[in-house]
Ligand binder design. Structure first.
Ligand SMILES: C[S@@+](CC[C@H](N)C(=O)[O-])C[C@H]1O[C@@H](n2cnc3c(N)ncnc32)[C@H](O)[C@@H]1O
Length: 335
């Protein structure tokens, strides 16, 4: 008797797994290309596979297939047998450029400690490989934000829009505390809008140093105070600020830690002041799944939280009228 089962209906396509397998190959190619510093060598004149293989004493076939694979990744282009950089590789993959991201990519290949994630999940022991909340990883932030440090102007519109959507206006004497500020683009936006705005930045020494250079690049050299070091130990003062901004840092901590941090911020704020919590890693977001996993690996207790979870943390710390603005920044008031 003939089978009633139509195999094409019963057996799903292996589309997702096939795509993932392709990503393994892409990652392998990128890894080898970074290791061999292909982009720097092309810039130095080794712009054909033959020249590069001859000059470096490498295998000619391997050199050519790797260069071609990097073209397929759109990080090189090829005309006849000559390779050249594309704008993205010229900006981010040439060692020595202030925007260089090769080191960051090499670090992130190993974000889960080269296969240690499963073991961490079995044991619950985290972070897996590095801890994103320590001073040890400042180089990650410096590389990750390279475009912001070097071309801060390209973000002015989105930075300004944040304060418009929050209905917070820059004014003379406005005191802003930017916690874990990184390049501090958002608080700098307020300072750009009004020269009388006073900024206080909290972050590690090297980050603050780089942020000051960025501020100077856009002409801001005054009204910036620094609180250098671990945000858990530096003193934010009391009743000293009108706005506190926490951008992309609260996802590194547990709900209990965030509540503790929000209490510390509450004390630092004057009555009627506002707290803004802005985390790109929000549980409601489409890509939250893998971002949450990354946070699991690179922090001891962080995660992607929903608006309601943040609301609970903020209210436990004393904040009122907690509101989700355009499903992104969260705003609350100190009564
Ligand atoms: C993802 S970046 C966010 C930068 C900026 N707020 C933004 O939204 O663009 C995280 C920042 O938090 C800082 N950070 C993380 N843990 C910290 C800690 N324990 N003390 C001080 N700064 C910390 C890092 O140095 C880094 O600049």
């Amino acid at each position: 008797m003939e089978s009633q089962v139509n195999p094409t209906q019963e057996i799903p396509q292996s589309e997702v797994t096939d795509q993932l397998m392709e990503w393994f190959y892409r990652i392998g190619a990128l890894r080898a290309a970074l290791d061999l510093q292909l982009w720097g060598r092309i810039t130095a004149g080794e712009d054909t596979a033959k020249k590069m293989a001859d000059q470096e004493g490498w295998d000619p076939t391997g050199t050519r297939v790797l260069l071609d694979a990097i073209c397929a990744l759109k990080l090189l282009s090829k005309e006849d047998d000559r390779y050249s950089l594309v704008p993205e590789s010229a900006c981010y993959l040439l060692p020595g450029k202030p925007t260089y991201k090769g080191g960051l990519l090499q670090n992130e290949f190993n974000w889960e400690g080269n296969g240690k994630l499963a073991q961490a999940i079995r044991s619950g022991k985290r972070p897996v490989h590095y801890d994103a909340t320590t001073a040890d990883v400042v180089n990650i932030w410096i590389a990750d934000y390279s475009r912001r440090w070097v071309y801060p102007e390209s973000y002015f519109d989105t930075d300004d829009e944040l304060w418009r959507s929050l209905e917070i206006q820059a004014r003379d004497g406005l005191r802003v505390l930017d916690i874990a500020c990184g390049p501090a683009p958002r608080s700098l936006a307020l300072r750009r809008m009004h020269p009388g705005v006073r900024l206080t930045w909290v972050d590690w020494d090297e980050i603050l140093h780089t942020a000051l250079e960025t501020a100077a690049r856009v002409g801001i050299v005054s009204q910036i105070s620094l609180l250098t070091g671990d945000l858990w130990s530096v003193d934010f003062g009391s009743n000293d600020f009108d706005v506190a901004y926490l951008g992309n840092v609260t996802h590194f901590f547990s709900p209990e830690e965030n509540t503790r941090l929000f209490r510390k911020v509450y004390n630092a704020l004057a009555p009627g002041a506002v707290i803004v919590v802005n985390s790109a890693a929000r549980r409601e977001m489409e890509e939250a799944g893998w971002v949450d996993l990354w946070l699991y690996a690179v922090t001891a207790s962080g995660g992607a939280y929903s608006f309601n979870e943040y609301k609970k943390m903020l209210e436990s710390a004393g904040f009122k009228d907690v509101e989700d603005v355009n499903s992104q920044p969260i705003k609350g008031f100190k009564p």
